[in-house]
Write a protein that binds this ligand. Structure first.
Ligand code: SD4
Length: 292
Protein backbone atom coordinates (compact mmCIF):
# COMPACT_ATOMS: atom_id res chain seq x y z
CA UNK A 1 0.00 0.00 0.00
CA UNK A 2 1.15 3.53 -0.75
CA UNK A 3 0.83 4.67 2.84
CA UNK A 4 3.19 2.08 4.37
CA UNK A 5 3.66 -1.63 4.85
CA UNK A 6 1.05 -4.36 5.14
CA UNK A 7 1.95 -7.28 7.40
CA UNK A 8 0.10 -10.52 8.12
CA UNK A 9 1.06 -13.16 10.63
CA UNK A 10 -0.41 -16.35 12.00
CA UNK A 11 -2.30 -16.76 15.29
CA UNK A 12 -2.74 -14.52 18.34
CA UNK A 13 0.97 -13.93 18.85
CA UNK A 14 0.84 -12.24 15.45
CA UNK A 15 -0.34 -9.09 17.23
CA UNK A 16 2.87 -8.44 19.23
CA UNK A 17 4.96 -9.82 16.35
CA UNK A 18 3.30 -7.43 13.88
CA UNK A 19 3.84 -4.56 16.30
CA UNK A 20 7.56 -5.41 16.48
CA UNK A 21 7.67 -5.71 12.68
CA UNK A 22 6.00 -2.33 12.12
CA UNK A 23 8.32 -0.77 14.64
CA UNK A 24 11.37 -2.23 12.87
CA UNK A 25 10.02 -1.02 9.54
CA UNK A 26 9.66 2.50 10.89
CA UNK A 27 13.30 2.44 11.92
CA UNK A 28 14.92 0.88 8.86
CA UNK A 29 12.33 1.04 6.07
CA UNK A 30 13.21 -2.55 5.23
CA UNK A 31 10.50 -5.19 4.85
CA UNK A 32 12.99 -8.03 5.42
CA UNK A 33 14.13 -6.42 8.67
CA UNK A 34 10.46 -6.13 9.61
CA UNK A 35 9.66 -9.84 9.09
CA UNK A 36 12.86 -10.98 10.83
CA UNK A 37 12.49 -8.71 13.86
CA UNK A 38 8.74 -9.35 14.04
CA UNK A 39 9.05 -13.10 14.55
CA UNK A 40 12.04 -12.75 16.89
CA UNK A 41 9.47 -11.44 19.35
CA UNK A 42 7.65 -14.80 19.19
CA UNK A 43 10.91 -16.76 19.42
CA UNK A 44 11.39 -15.21 22.87
CA UNK A 45 7.79 -15.60 24.08
CA UNK A 46 7.95 -17.95 27.07
CA UNK A 47 4.21 -18.61 26.84
CA UNK A 48 4.57 -20.03 23.34
CA UNK A 49 5.27 -23.76 23.30
CA UNK A 50 5.68 -24.11 19.52
CA UNK A 51 8.28 -21.47 18.68
CA UNK A 52 11.80 -20.97 20.03
CA UNK A 53 13.85 -22.93 22.54
CA UNK A 54 11.01 -22.84 25.09
CA UNK A 55 8.97 -24.95 22.64
CA UNK A 56 7.87 -28.52 23.31
CA UNK A 57 10.58 -31.09 22.60
CA UNK A 58 10.70 -34.14 20.37
CA UNK A 59 10.15 -37.66 21.69
CA UNK A 60 13.70 -37.77 23.08
CA UNK A 61 13.10 -34.59 25.08
CA UNK A 62 15.19 -32.38 22.77
CA UNK A 63 13.87 -29.11 21.32
CA UNK A 64 14.87 -28.66 17.68
CA UNK A 65 13.99 -25.62 15.60
CA UNK A 66 13.10 -24.88 11.96
CA UNK A 67 12.98 -21.44 10.31
CA UNK A 68 13.03 -19.76 6.91
CA UNK A 69 13.14 -16.30 5.42
CA UNK A 70 12.62 -15.13 1.85
CA UNK A 71 12.53 -11.89 -0.12
CA UNK A 72 10.69 -11.12 -3.34
CA UNK A 73 13.80 -11.21 -5.53
CA UNK A 74 14.16 -14.94 -4.88
CA UNK A 75 16.74 -14.70 -2.09
CA UNK A 76 16.05 -17.20 0.66
CA UNK A 77 17.66 -18.97 3.59
CA UNK A 78 16.61 -21.60 6.07
CA UNK A 79 17.72 -23.76 8.95
CA UNK A 80 16.25 -27.08 9.99
CA UNK A 81 16.64 -29.40 12.98
CA UNK A 82 18.88 -26.88 14.73
CA UNK A 83 19.57 -27.00 18.47
CA UNK A 84 20.57 -24.42 21.09
CA UNK A 85 20.04 -21.32 18.94
CA UNK A 86 17.61 -18.77 20.33
CA UNK A 87 16.89 -16.97 17.06
CA UNK A 88 16.74 -19.49 14.21
CA UNK A 89 15.14 -16.80 12.01
CA UNK A 90 18.29 -14.69 12.26
CA UNK A 91 20.38 -17.77 11.51
CA UNK A 92 18.21 -18.40 8.43
CA UNK A 93 18.84 -14.81 7.36
CA UNK A 94 22.59 -15.34 7.82
CA UNK A 95 22.37 -18.44 5.60
CA UNK A 96 20.59 -16.29 3.00
CA UNK A 97 23.02 -13.39 3.13
CA UNK A 98 26.38 -14.93 4.05
CA UNK A 99 26.56 -18.36 2.42
CA UNK A 100 26.26 -19.70 -1.13
CA UNK A 101 23.52 -22.04 0.16
CA UNK A 102 19.80 -21.91 0.90
CA UNK A 103 19.49 -24.43 3.72
CA UNK A 104 21.63 -25.70 6.60
CA UNK A 105 20.53 -28.47 8.93
CA UNK A 106 21.34 -29.93 12.31
CA UNK A 107 24.88 -29.80 13.64
CA UNK A 108 26.11 -27.97 10.54
CA UNK A 109 23.59 -25.19 11.17
CA UNK A 110 24.70 -25.01 14.80
CA UNK A 111 28.37 -24.83 13.78
CA UNK A 112 27.50 -22.03 11.35
CA UNK A 113 25.71 -20.22 14.19
CA UNK A 114 28.87 -20.46 16.31
CA UNK A 115 30.99 -19.16 13.42
CA UNK A 116 28.64 -16.19 13.07
CA UNK A 117 28.85 -15.33 16.75
CA UNK A 118 25.34 -16.45 17.68
CA UNK A 119 25.14 -17.34 21.39
CA UNK A 120 24.70 -21.07 22.02
CA UNK A 121 22.18 -21.75 24.77
CA UNK A 122 22.31 -24.47 27.39
CA UNK A 123 20.14 -27.42 26.34
CA UNK A 124 17.45 -27.36 28.97
CA UNK A 125 13.67 -27.47 28.62
CA UNK A 126 11.66 -24.52 29.86
CA UNK A 127 9.69 -25.33 33.03
CA UNK A 128 6.42 -25.43 31.05
CA UNK A 129 7.85 -27.66 28.34
CA UNK A 130 9.45 -29.98 30.91
CA UNK A 131 6.14 -30.36 32.71
CA UNK A 132 4.26 -31.11 29.49
CA UNK A 133 6.94 -33.56 28.35
CA UNK A 134 6.89 -35.42 31.69
CA UNK A 135 3.13 -35.70 31.37
CA UNK A 136 3.36 -36.89 27.75
CA UNK A 137 5.96 -39.52 28.63
CA UNK A 138 3.42 -41.32 30.82
CA UNK A 139 1.63 -42.52 27.68
CA UNK A 140 4.04 -41.50 24.88
CA UNK A 141 1.19 -41.33 22.40
CA UNK A 142 1.98 -39.51 19.20
CA UNK A 143 -1.10 -37.71 18.07
CA UNK A 144 -1.03 -33.99 17.34
CA UNK A 145 -3.96 -32.22 18.97
CA UNK A 146 -5.66 -29.91 16.52
CA UNK A 147 -5.30 -26.19 17.26
CA UNK A 148 -3.55 -26.95 20.53
CA UNK A 149 -0.28 -28.78 20.26
CA UNK A 150 0.46 -27.56 16.78
CA UNK A 151 -1.08 -24.14 16.80
CA UNK A 152 1.72 -21.77 17.53
CA UNK A 153 4.11 -21.55 14.61
CA UNK A 154 4.52 -18.03 13.37
CA UNK A 155 4.51 -17.33 9.66
CA UNK A 156 4.71 -13.67 8.67
CA UNK A 157 4.42 -12.07 5.23
CA UNK A 158 4.75 -8.40 4.40
CA UNK A 159 4.71 -5.91 1.57
CA UNK A 160 6.38 -2.51 1.72
CA UNK A 161 5.06 0.72 0.20
CA UNK A 162 6.92 0.04 -3.06
CA UNK A 163 5.43 -3.43 -3.59
CA UNK A 164 8.44 -5.42 -2.34
CA UNK A 165 7.62 -8.56 -0.39
CA UNK A 166 9.36 -10.57 2.33
CA UNK A 167 8.33 -13.41 4.61
CA UNK A 168 9.53 -15.39 7.60
CA UNK A 169 8.49 -18.55 9.37
CA UNK A 170 9.81 -20.05 12.62
CA UNK A 171 8.81 -23.00 14.79
CA UNK A 172 9.88 -25.73 17.17
CA UNK A 173 7.74 -27.99 15.00
CA UNK A 174 5.27 -30.56 16.15
CA UNK A 175 5.45 -31.56 19.77
CA UNK A 176 6.85 -35.06 20.35
CA UNK A 177 7.92 -35.49 16.75
CA UNK A 178 10.52 -38.13 15.92
CA UNK A 179 14.07 -36.93 16.49
CA UNK A 180 15.24 -35.49 13.17
CA UNK A 181 11.76 -34.69 11.87
CA UNK A 182 11.61 -31.50 9.80
CA UNK A 183 8.32 -29.77 9.01
CA UNK A 184 7.17 -27.37 6.32
CA UNK A 185 8.39 -24.18 7.98
CA UNK A 186 12.02 -24.30 6.73
CA UNK A 187 11.06 -25.73 3.32
CA UNK A 188 10.94 -22.92 0.77
CA UNK A 189 7.67 -23.31 -1.13
CA UNK A 190 5.97 -25.29 1.65
CA UNK A 191 5.89 -23.07 4.77
CA UNK A 192 6.79 -19.87 2.93
CA UNK A 193 7.06 -18.46 -0.58
CA UNK A 194 7.59 -14.91 -1.78
CA UNK A 195 7.80 -13.45 -5.29
CA UNK A 196 7.80 -9.72 -6.02
CA UNK A 197 6.01 -10.34 -9.32
CA UNK A 198 3.02 -11.87 -7.55
CA UNK A 199 2.90 -11.77 -3.76
CA UNK A 200 3.59 -13.95 -0.74
CA UNK A 201 2.15 -16.88 1.19
CA UNK A 202 2.86 -18.69 4.43
CA UNK A 203 1.46 -21.74 6.22
CA UNK A 204 0.87 -23.14 9.67
CA UNK A 205 -0.38 -26.50 10.89
CA UNK A 206 0.55 -30.11 10.24
CA UNK A 207 3.75 -29.72 8.22
CA UNK A 208 3.52 -33.09 6.51
CA UNK A 209 0.18 -32.17 4.95
CA UNK A 210 1.58 -28.83 3.77
CA UNK A 211 4.83 -30.19 2.30
CA UNK A 212 2.84 -32.75 0.32
CA UNK A 213 1.17 -29.98 -1.73
CA UNK A 214 4.03 -27.40 -1.75
CA UNK A 215 1.39 -25.22 -0.11
CA UNK A 216 2.89 -21.72 -0.15
CA UNK A 217 4.35 -22.09 -3.64
CA UNK A 218 1.01 -23.40 -4.84
CA UNK A 219 -0.78 -20.31 -3.52
CA UNK A 220 1.70 -17.91 -5.15
CA UNK A 221 1.39 -19.77 -8.45
CA UNK A 222 -2.42 -19.68 -8.28
CA UNK A 223 -2.25 -15.92 -7.67
CA UNK A 224 0.14 -15.61 -10.62
CA UNK A 225 -2.58 -17.20 -12.76
CA UNK A 226 -5.09 -14.63 -11.61
CA UNK A 227 -6.72 -16.02 -8.48
CA UNK A 228 -7.23 -13.62 -5.60
CA UNK A 229 -5.33 -14.43 -2.41
CA UNK A 230 -8.56 -15.72 -0.86
CA UNK A 231 -9.34 -17.99 -3.82
CA UNK A 232 -5.75 -19.26 -3.84
CA UNK A 233 -5.80 -20.11 -0.12
CA UNK A 234 -9.13 -21.92 -0.53
CA UNK A 235 -7.84 -23.92 -3.49
CA UNK A 236 -4.71 -24.89 -1.51
CA UNK A 237 -6.88 -26.15 1.35
CA UNK A 238 -8.97 -28.18 -1.12
CA UNK A 239 -5.79 -29.68 -2.57
CA UNK A 240 -4.47 -30.42 0.90
CA UNK A 241 -7.67 -32.18 1.84
CA UNK A 242 -7.63 -34.25 -1.36
CA UNK A 243 -4.07 -35.43 -0.65
CA UNK A 244 -4.60 -36.12 3.06
CA UNK A 245 -8.08 -37.60 3.04
CA UNK A 246 -7.66 -40.47 5.38
CA UNK A 247 -6.40 -38.43 8.35
CA UNK A 248 -8.23 -35.20 7.62
CA UNK A 249 -10.31 -35.17 10.80
CA UNK A 250 -7.06 -34.88 12.78
CA UNK A 251 -5.38 -32.33 10.55
CA UNK A 252 -5.32 -28.57 10.93
CA UNK A 253 -3.51 -26.35 8.45
CA UNK A 254 -3.97 -22.69 7.65
CA UNK A 255 -2.65 -20.39 4.95
CA UNK A 256 -2.16 -16.63 4.59
CA UNK A 257 -1.52 -14.72 1.36
CA UNK A 258 -1.05 -11.17 0.04
CA UNK A 259 -0.92 -10.10 -3.61
CA UNK A 260 0.59 -7.08 -5.38
CA UNK A 261 -2.68 -5.15 -5.06
CA UNK A 262 -2.53 -5.51 -1.29
CA UNK A 263 -5.48 -7.91 -1.20
CA UNK A 264 -5.23 -10.54 1.53
CA UNK A 265 -6.44 -14.11 1.90
CA UNK A 266 -6.70 -16.63 4.71
CA UNK A 267 -8.20 -20.11 4.87
CA UNK A 268 -7.86 -23.20 7.03
CA UNK A 269 -8.90 -26.84 7.07
CA UNK A 270 -10.65 -26.65 10.45
CA UNK A 271 -12.22 -23.81 12.43
CA UNK A 272 -10.00 -22.04 14.94
CA UNK A 273 -7.33 -20.46 12.75
CA UNK A 274 -6.76 -16.73 13.11
CA UNK A 275 -4.22 -14.17 12.04
CA UNK A 276 -3.07 -10.64 12.72
CA UNK A 277 -3.10 -7.93 10.08
CA UNK A 278 -1.16 -4.71 10.51
CA UNK A 279 -0.51 -1.41 8.78
CA UNK A 280 1.21 1.67 10.21
CA UNK A 281 -1.99 2.68 11.96
CA UNK A 282 -3.83 -0.56 12.71
CA UNK A 283 -3.08 -4.06 14.06
CA UNK A 284 -6.03 -6.41 14.41
CA UNK A 285 -6.79 -10.07 14.98
CA UNK A 286 -9.04 -11.65 12.35
CA UNK A 287 -10.73 -15.07 12.39
CA UNK A 288 -10.07 -17.12 9.28
CA UNK A 289 -12.83 -19.05 7.54
CA UNK A 290 -12.31 -22.78 7.19
CA UNK A 291 -13.33 -25.67 4.95
CA UNK A 292 -15.07 -27.67 7.69
C1 SD4 B 1 5.37 -27.97 11.57
N1 SD4 B 1 3.98 -26.29 10.55
O1 SD4 B 1 6.49 -28.14 12.01
C2 SD4 B 1 4.74 -26.62 11.72
C3 SD4 B 1 3.92 -26.61 12.96
C4 SD4 B 1 2.97 -25.46 13.05
O2 SD4 B 1 1.52 -24.12 14.12
O3 SD4 B 1 2.68 -24.78 12.13
N2 SD4 B 1 2.40 -25.15 14.14
O4 SD4 B 1 4.72 -28.85 11.01
Amino acid sequence: PADGPLILSTWNHGIPANAAAINAYKQTGSIVDAVEIGVKDTELDMENLSVGLQGLPDREGITTLDASIMTGDGSCGSVAFVRQVKHPISLARAVMEKTPHVMLAGEGARQFAISQGFPIEEEKLSPKAQKAYDEWKKTSKYKPVINIENHDTIGMIGMDDKGNFAGSCTTSGLAYKMHGRVGDSPIIGAGLYVDNEVGAATATGLGESIIRICGSFLIVELMRQGRTPQEACEEAVRRLISKNRKDIADIQAGFLAINKEGQVGAFAVQPGFNFAQATLSNNELIDSKSHF
